[in-house]
Design a protein around this ligand. Structure first.
Ligand code: ZN
Length: 259
């Protein structure tokens, strides 16, 4: 089986001691394409650097809502740096991760919305899809998805198991990415959401080093664990794991490498 990990953070310091070994392990386990996601200017640069060393790794650039500066002028500077990085590098295949997150910080909602909007505009200008993060911000995310024209589609990453958000996302033409959380026993809505999402809109991801799937929950995650996510989706969709791996691979190709 071959897998396409659409969302990982192999640049994370948790891989500092064995990054190259882990990348080799991922490839040998069948992960023949993957995307390293930027969260700020530094990690976007690191993503590009890692992608430039490995043919099968691609990169995204973006400012995650959780790391926005307090100063608005500073925010615009960082966002224009993201635009510059993304426009100059051929291995950048999306803008992300961008979005809204009111879980830790919710006194800067207006700035978060502006940053999200602006980065969607950059993606549109550069003809790139977007990778969207949302947490505790369902209503505002839905209204931005509804009201902003996302030109090259995108993905709702780390599938938020909220039926309304997933419904709106699908209506807006977005893909839905499933990772380790769909294997957690605590994700009560997961079976319902998996049922809602048609196979041709599904993607898989690890969000590594976070969110390791069962039975490895709590350990450092990497893309070689994607098989557990695939097995769970196959079980819930009542199809062969091979079929999930294949179709999510094709979907990712279509989204990130349109011909
Ligand atoms: Zn992430």
């Amino acid at each position: 089986m071959e897998f396409f990990d659409t969302h990982m953070h192999i640049d994370d310091e948790k891989f500092d001691l064995d990054r190259e070994e882990t990348i080799t392990k991922m490839y040998n386990s069948g992960v023949t394409k993957c995307i390293n996601i930027g969260c700020d200017v530094e990690s976007s640069k690191k993503s590009i650097e890692i992608a430039s060393k490995h043919d099968f790794i691609y990169a995204t650039c973006g400012i995650h809502p959780e790391v926005l500066p307090q100063d608005e002028e500073e925010m615009w500077k960082l966002i224009s740096k993201i635009e510059e990085l993304a426009s100059l590098n051929k291995k950048v295949v999306a803008i992300g991760e961008i979005g809204l997150d009111y879980y830790w910080i919710n006194d800067n909602k207006e700035m978060q919305k502006k940053a999200f909007q602006r980065q969607i505009e950059i993606a549109n200008k550069l003809d790139l899809p977007v990778s969207i993060h949302t947490r505790d911000s369902i209503d505002d995310t839905i209204s931005i998805i509804r009201n902003t024209k996302i030109k090259k589609s995108g993905v709702l990453h780390c599938c938020p198991f909220n039926p309304e958000l997933v419904k709106q996302g699908l209506e807006a033409g977005l893909y839905i990415a499933f990772g380790g959380t769909c294997t957690f026993r605590s994700s009560k809505n997961a079976p319902k959401i998996v049922e809602m999402v048609p196979l041709d809109k599904m993607l898989i991801e690890t969000d590594s080093p976070y969110l390791a799937p069962e039975p490895l929950r709590g350990t450092r995650n990497d893309s070689s664990n994607l098989k557990y996510v695939v097995e769970k989706l196959a079980e819930l969709k009542n199809v062969e794991p091979q079929k999930i791996a294949q179709i999510t691979y094709q979907n990712a190709q279509k989204l990130f490498f349109p011909v």
